[in-house]
Write a protein that binds this ligand. Structure first.
Ligand SMILES: [Zn+2]
Length: 151
């Protein structure tokens, strides 16, 4: 199929560069372990591919073993359903985190309200004349104990 598409494009006049092919597959990650490990987007390398990544691999002495891409075609594979599943998993994680943060916010506001009530109560007690406003230091305290000897 890819070969036929490339031949069609070259017949239509694309001869000055490799034909770019985006291979879109409907694989789902749940279908197999192999598919669940595949990234959502990959370049299909080739021994004679002209892209910078394949050129770099050749120059480092590790030429690509694949033959999907070559000097006439540059093939990438996109697994959009895996991307959607990946995004759905991320959304689920973020929703869980948001729920935890919302619960924390409710708890924090409750604690602030309780602290505000306590501060208001203490201010009211401080302004009241019937409450103790200070303490006497121990060395200044005059303790008078009743004496048993009559003095
Ligand atoms: Zn390449």
């Amino acid at each position: 199929m890819i070969t036929a598409l490339v031949a069609e494009s070259r017949a239509a006049g694309v001869i000055d560069r490799p034909v770019r092919v985006l291979n879109i597959m409907g694989h789902r990650a749940q279908e197999s372990r192999e598919r669940s490990n595949k990234p959502p987007f990959v370049h299909e390398p080739g021994r004679t591919c002209l892209c910078p990544d394949c050129h770099r691999a050749r120059s480092q002495g590790c030429p690509p073993r694949g033959s999907v891409s070559n000097s006439r075609r540059h093939v990438d594979t996109w697994l959009p359903t895996q991307r959607v599943e990946h995004l759905e998993n991320r959304v689920a994680v973020e929703e869980q985190r948001n729920a935890e943060l919302a619960a924390f916010r409710v708890q924090a506001v409750s604690r602030l309200a309780a602290q505000y009530d306590e501060i208001t109560r203490l201010r009211g007690a401080l302004s009241s004349s019937s409450t103790v406003r200070g303490f006497v230091k121990p060395n200044e305290a005059a303790v008078v104990w009743p004496c048993n000897d009559g003095t």
